[in-house]
Ligand binder design. Structure first.
Ligand code: SF4
Ligand code: SF4
Length: 337
């Protein structure tokens, strides 16, 4: 099978709403990015979920909503929220840690939910569970099987750290066995727990470690018919840097009303918008949008400010490569036979 590799540029006329409807979770992953000091402990009511969805609905644009938490299936009205989001013309995804509380598979249908995404950070319990919690691998893989049997489109998200990168390749046979259609490989973000507790489970890999493993595994997964998406991270020579905060529409919405345009900013009170009394308001004063305007040789400004160790310099103190926007993706699409 021949595969098509491409960089997925930011698409004009498309918007993505990453909607955290609560911050509570039953797990305590080592790399959890939720920061309750910044994002609160609210759980939005079902009426507020719909009101907030309306703020971002735009029939002129292809709109995607990704329901997140915490663990979004802890919300008893998630099935209701999925149905209303579909009525508002959103393509709907739920990102779950695999526990599928409140019988989600009975409360929605594959016609309403475009993708159900499960997080797994290892191809077996020995690798996954020290990162995500005892017993999680078994429950998550059982629920993937149930979801696939019921006809849901299932994807898996794998967050790469020093702890699990060498096990990434073994995800391919597992995903094939589980009949997973899409595989998202993510870089660990130095936010939330990862910013506080540095360990192999929360450490980013080097450029060499990433490039030696991730693109090759992506090709192998595509050879098995799985569509793979992973962040570009390092721009090649001649590739143009763009900041999604300037050229795309991604909204990271938290249940305390903060709305960020850049996920790297989420640990700080520098959000661009806030939802107050049912209205989406632009924040005045210094905020993330001011940083997006700065042009530096290193590429992403927030990366340079928050995780400068990811950048290598030559002897003239020039960066050896640009760091791409964390939202710029590389996609390997299996060619249909
Ligand atoms: S990463 Fe997700 S599943 Fe893990 S503790 Fe955080 S919210 Fe829960
Ligand atoms: S990750 Fe960097 S380039 Fe992307 S939106 Fe944030 S600041 Fe802009």
């Amino acid at each position: 099978m021949k595969n098509i590799a491409r960089t997925v540029g930011f698409k004009e006329g498309e918007r993505n709403i990453f909607f955290h409807i609560l911050t509570a979770c039953n797990l305590a992953c080592k790399h959890c990015y939720i920061n309750k000091e910044q994002h609160g402990t609210n759980q939005l009511s079902k009426e507020m979920i719909v009101d907030w969805l309306r703020l971002f609905a735009d029939s002129e644009k292809k709109s995607n909503v990704i329901f997140l938490g915490g663990e979004p299936t802890l919300h008893p009205d998630l099935g209701y929220a999925i149905a209303r989001a579909k009525e508002l013309d959103f393509a709907v995804t739920v990102d779950s840690n695999g526990y599928l509380f409140h019988d989600l598979l009975e409360k929605t249908t594959p016609a309403l939910l475009d993708y159900l995404s499960f997080s797994l950070d290892g191809p077996d319990a020995e690798v996954n569970d020290p990162i995500r919690g005892e017993g999680v691998f078994e429950i998550c893989t059982e629920n993937i099987e149930k979801a696939v049997k019921k006809g849901f489109n299932v994807s898996v998200i794998f967050t790469v750290s020093k702890k699990n990168i060498l096990h990434l390749e073994r995800m391919v046979p597992l995903l094939k066995k589980l009949k997973v259609k899409k595989f998202f490989i993510q870089v660990i973000g130095l936010r939330g727990n990862s910013a506080k507790n540095v360990s192999s489970e929360t450490s980013q890999v080097t450029r060499k470690e990433w490039l030696d493993v991730v693109p090759q595994v992506a090709v192998k997964a595509a050879e098995e018919g799985i569509r793979v998406t992973y962040p570009k991270v390092f721009l090649d020579d001649g590739e143009v840097f763009q900041c999604a905060g300037n050229v795309a529409e991604n909204y990271f919405v938290f249940p305390n009303g903060r709305v960020y345009l850049c996920p790297l900013c989420e640990d700080h009170p520098i959000h661009s918008y806030v939802i107050e009394n049912g209205k989406l308001l632009k924040v005045t004063g210094l905020n993330e949008s001011d940083f997006f305007q700065l042009h530096i040789d290193e590429g992403c400004v927030m990366n340079k400010l928050l995780q400068p160790d990811t950048i290598e310099y030559d002897q003239d103190q020039k960066p050896k490569y640009k760091i791409s926007c964390c939202l710029l993706k590389q996609e390997i699409v299996p060619e249909k036979k």
